[in-house]
Ligand binder design. Structure first.
Ligand SMILES: [Zn+2]
Length: 235
């Protein structure tokens, strides 16, 4: 008889524990469903988590080189064939050096001689990168910097995606990546999709504001190796 009672108690406790386990499992799966749904909703709404309030963009269309190439010719330098010919332009300060990095951007341009632009273009780079930093200053990504991938180019340097009349050859253009951002040591940041989206849209918003104020021309490039904003200041 005692044995039977013991067995009954054992079976009873087993069933009791089983049902508690089942209830717990149900709770976990429900809450994980809630998390998944929340992520799905965030993706659908094209928004980030609370820490990253996304700016409202107008998605202004690209400016076209044909519309501003005369302006580029006027404010820029004549295209240069060889590096040796850059010296005169640098001496006359028609072309000015762009520091390798500061708190807001870093250049990823190997060739030292290609780190030059006209003064107006350097100024717009400083303004874009400083405003970008101000925008992200209250987020946990405040250390992020812009990556500049191209400044000056020689006359015969024609990357596949670049126009023969590219404003880079007049020292007027800068390319700023929107696919990669850098940390305070100028190394690529490892970002999740929400962080990347936040930085991308913050940069785009800064550029779009300047474009609305008619202070620059913008071309958002989607090439496989050129996911960048091609920027030329207005004269
Ligand atoms: Zn460009």
């Amino acid at each position: 008889m005692r044995k039977k009672i013991k067995i009954l108690i054992a079976v009873g406790s087993f069933l009791f524990l089983l049902s508690i386990g089942f209830i717990l499992l149900l709770g976990v799966s429900r809450s994980s469903n809630r998390v998944t749904n929340k992520i799905k909703q965030l993706i659908r709404n094209n928004t980030c988590s609370k820490e990253y309030p996304l700016p409202q963009l107008k998605y202004l269309p690209n400016d076209k080189l044909i519309d501003y190439k005369d302006e580029v010719r006027m404010m820029g330098v004549q295209p240069v064939k060889i590096k040796a010919n850059l010296k005169g332009l640098i001496k006359k300060q028609k072309l000015v050096p762009v520091p390798l990095s500061n708190w807001a951007y870093a250049l990823k341009i190997k060739d030292k001689e290609m780190r030059y632009v006209i003064p107006k273009t350097r100024e717009i780079l400083y303004q874009i990168s400083n405003n970008f930093k101000k925008r992200i200053s209250k987020s946990d990504l405040f250390n992020a910097k812009l990556k500049v991938t191209s400044l000056f180019r020689l006359k015969d340097n024609n990357p596949a995606s670049s126009s023969a009349e590219s404003a880079h050859k007049n020292g007027c253009a800068i390319d700023i990546s929107y696919i990669e951002f850098l940390n305070q040591y100028n190394q690529p940041l490892n970002l999740d999709q929400y962080e990347l989206k936040y930085l991308q849209l913050s940069l785009e918003k800064v550029i779009e504001d300047f474009q609305s104020q008619r202070r620059l021309y913008k071309t958002k490039e989607f090439g496989a190796t050129s996911k960048c904003f091609h920027i030329v200041p207005r004269n």
